[in-house]
Each structure stands twice: as structure tokens, then as C-alpha cells.
Design a protein around this ligand. Structure first.
Ligand code: MN
Length: 206
């Protein structure tokens, strides 16, 4: 994905748009807390945790993959993966949304029957994630699939290509939607998904 992956100290990647840009679906207040507090806290905590470890010299995506291998590194994994997942998530959103094109459009139709059906299944899968986590569109081999992960877990450590995601942690929607996670997911799926970014991820080899 097109994000900075410099080795530590890790930096909070800039938001690709203004905090108000996703209104009314996601308020500036939610963005301010979600990006400026939650995402930042993962990056800050990661920087504390990697001091004097082998992880300090790795790019962020390598930290995520390497720390996933041992339960002794769970705290580093949780913060590194959340830092990566959030940067990826911001790039998955665009103020004007859009629609899939090219091979991605064809393969969405092939694997989900239609774009509308994909959006419905994507939102439903996010709603069905029990507790905190993420819902993903991933590519596994030549097939597109919807998956959900708990807490910080991310398909990129399981050999899958991440195409799109929506954060379903309560902090992603509670200020705007309270307990109505399905309404948040439906609105994001219908109005904010960045299909240009999705196509870039889909076209990238491996
Ligand atoms: Mn979040």
C-alpha cells in the first residue's frame, strides 16, 4: 500500500484528507479522536515498546509480520498492527467515494454477483464481528473474499492481500452512531469506499 513504512521511530502517517472531509458519514469530532488520539496512541506506544529491540530497525509492515510469530511479542504486535491497520483504513476512505473499475469491477461481480451485493455482505460481516475488530475485502490467490478479524489481527500476516477495510471498534463510530454499528457500516460502504485505492491494492502483485 502507498504509505510510509520507514523504520522506527514510527511516525503517525498524515491523514489523506481534512478531518471534516468525511462528514456527514463520519464527523470531524470522530476523526479528531480516532486519528489524533487512538491511532496516535498506537504509534506512540509502539515507539516505547521497540526501544532496544530488533523491531526498532524494521519498517512497520515487517514489525507487524515479525511480531505476529511469538506470543512474547503480542504487545508489540497489537500496537504495530493497529498502527498499520489505521493507516490502511484512512486510505480506504475517500470523501467522494466512487465505484470499482477495471479488473476489480469484473471480479467483484464474479465473486459477489454485484457491487450492491458486495456492499451489503461487507456491512453485514462487519456487523457480525463480535467485539472489536475489522472487516476486510481480501484477495487470496485469484479470489476476492470478505473476512473479519478480531482486535488488532490483520489479514496481511496470514498471507492475504488487503484490498479494503472498515474499522469496527466502537471508537470508530460511537460518537456519531452510538450502538448503531450497522448504520455506520452501511453508510461507509455506500458512500466512502476509495475504489481507486482498492484497485491499486488489487493490481499489486503478491
Ligand atoms: Mn480504530
Amino acid at each position: 500500500m502507498d504509505v510510509k513504512v520507514n523504520a522506527g521511530p514510527f511516525t503517525l502517517s498524515p491523514l489523506p484528507y481534512d478531518e471534516k472531509a468525511l462528514e456527514p458519514v463520519i464527523s470531524a469530532k470522530t476523526m479528531s479522536f480516532h486519528y489524533g488520539r487512538h491511532h496516535k496512541a498506537y504509534v506512540d506506544k509502539l515507539n516505547q515498546l521497540v526501544v532496544n529491540t530488533r523491531f526498532a530497525a524494521m519498517p512497520l509492515d515487517e514489525v507487524v509480520r515479525a511480531s505476529a510469530k511469538s506470543s512474547a511479542d503480542t504487545q508489540i504486535f497489537n500496537n504495530a498492527a493497529q498502527a498499520w491497520n489505521h493507516t490502511f483504513f484512512w486510505a480506504c476512505l475517500a470523501p467522494k467515494g466512487g465505484a470499482p473499475s477495471g479488473k476489480l469491477k469484473a471480479d467483484i461481480d464474479r465473486d459477489f454477483d454485484s457491487l450492491d451485493n458486495f456492499k451489503k455482505q461487507f456491512a453485514e460481516a462487519g456487523g457480525a464481528q463480535f467485539g472489536s475488530g475489522w472487516v476486510w475485502l481480501i484477495a487470496e490467490g485469484t479470489k476476492l473474499k470478505i473476512e473479519k478479524t478480531g482486535n488488532a489481527d490483520t489479514p496481511m500476516v496470514h498471507g492475504k492481500r488487503c484490498i479494503l477495510t472498515i474499522d469496527v471498534w466502537e471508537h470508530a463510530y460511537y460518537l456519531d452512531y452510538q450502538n448503531r454499528r450497522p448504520d455506520f457500516l452501511k453508510a461507509v460502504a455506500e458512500k466512502l469506499l476509495n475504489w481507486d485505492f482498492a484497485l491499486q491494492n488489487y493490481q499489486r502483485a503478491g
